[in-house]
Ligand binder design. Structure first.
Ligand SMILES: Nc1ncnc2c1ncn2[C@@H]1O[C@H](COP(=O)(O)OP(=O)(O)O)[C@@H](O)[C@H]1O
Ligand SMILES: [Mg+2]
Length: 357
């Protein structure tokens, strides 16, 4: 549906987007995820045609977009600050984009009613927009964009202005709406949880470039580098050095020498690397369970509702290691308190070797 080929955008000396290439499929819920300033909005605005590309090309639905103005693209856009008109009622806000299309009034009314049903606000047509809650306003903005039946809907941090509870509810609604309509959604967000729950695929952006494109599971389980691993979920990082004399191993800060099941990717002897382990892949023991276990001291316990995180200090390392416990934990876990000695183990296949940096 969307083909972005080597697109770069410069504002004077600032390169906002650097050589980005992406293929987005029809009907896909695709997200651009990255910290503030990583180039997400600029990329979205080039798709919408509000910004020209400096170099590269964009093809949407088989058509090169170079000389196509925004209103002729098969696309519509929803912004963070629901750009709806406060003095118009809901019905007129939703019908706004139909005005220049020469659609008979009764047909327009029918289309608006359909949209009011879709956004679960039937009967709200005559309300003034400034009498709505934030979540309702954002749904009206969605309806206004969707009534034109775009092939692609672009959403720039559309839930950013809502409080947490409403945001989570709207996330679910957005996903259901997208599935029902089968429209291609491209969402911009800096919220990794939002991207993970909503998307079929995610492009992680940093400093204007795409760092990795993958499914939510793929990004979580197989991050290609430290930037992605740090951005998605919680991760323990350990500095490491590859050793290739005899059996390939890594010397890991705080963990000693470790085998890495062929994960070293042929890195030469002496290469600096990063070892990454998710908190849920570490296990705590009250006594030494065997060779290879690492001794530490509980520093803090963090209750997260439904799960908890234990922070364990180990020698040779300044940052404590985070260990996740699902549910209430057993008698040993409940008995833990700061200052207590524990032993850590992990499954070798849960360890990722990434580039240093
Ligand atoms: N119109 C502009 N003029 C100059 N610099 C811009 C302009 N728009 C964006 N930038 C710069 O481009 C970079 C990317 O911005 P943006 O695409 O808004 O990032 P994001 O949406 O990921 O927060 C930033 O450094 C920003 O300051
Ligand atoms: Mg932005």
């Amino acid at each position: 549906m969307i083909s972005i080929r080597n697109v770069t955008k410069s504002f004077g000396r600032v390169q906002a987007v650097r050589d980005v290439s992406l293929q987005i499929r029809a009907g896909e819920f695709f997200s651009l995820l990255g910290a503030s300033g990583s180039g997400k909005t600029t990329l979205l605005r080039m798709l919408a045609g509000f910004e020209a590309v400096t170099s590269g090309s964009i093809v949407i639905d088989g058509q090169a977009m170079e000389s196509v103005p925004p209103h002729n693209r098969p696309i519509n856009m929803v912004f963070q600050n629901y750009a709806i008109f406060p003095h118009l009622n809901v019905r007129d806000n939703i019908a706004y984009g139909l005005r220049r299309l020469n659609i008979p009034k009764p047909k327009q009314a029918e289309m608006v009613d359909e949209m009011l049903g879709l956004i679960a606000l039937p009967g709200y047509g005559d309300r003034r927009a400034n009498q709505l809650s934030g979540g309702q306003m954002q749904r009206v903005a969605l309806a206004r964009a969707l009534i034109l039946k775009p092939k692609v809907l672009l959403l720039d941090e559309p839930l950013g202005a809502l409080d947490k509870q409403l945001r989570e509810q709207m996330q679910l609604e957005l996903r259901l709406l997208q599935q029902r309509l089968g429209i291609t959604f491209v969402l911009v967000t800096h919220d990794q949880e939002e991207a993970l729950t909503l998307s079929d695929r995610i492009a992680v952006m940093a400093q204007g470039a795409v760092v990795q494109v993958d499914t939510p599971t793929g990004l979580y389980e197989r991050p290609q580098n430290r930037t992605v691993a740090a951005f998605i979920g919680t991760m323990n990082f350990f500095d490491a050095v590859v050793h290739r004399q005899g059996m390939p191993e890594v010397q890991v800060q705080g963990l000693g020498r470790r085998r890495l099941n062929g994960q070293d990717g042929g890195r030469p002897d002496g290469t600096a690397a990063t070892v990454a382990i998710r908190p849920e892949n570490l296990t705590l023991h009250s006594t030494q369970p065997g060779p290879g276990a690492v001794e530490g001291v509980v520093q803090a316990q963090q209750y997260l509702g439904g799960r908890q995180m234990l922070h364990v200090a180990i020698p040779g390392r300044t940052t404590p290691v985070a260990v996740a416990i699902q549910g209430p934990g057993d008698a040993f876990i409940s008995s833990l308190s700061p200052g207590q000695n524990v032993w850590l183990t992990w499954k070798d296949d849960a360890v990722l070797l990434l580039d240093a940096g």
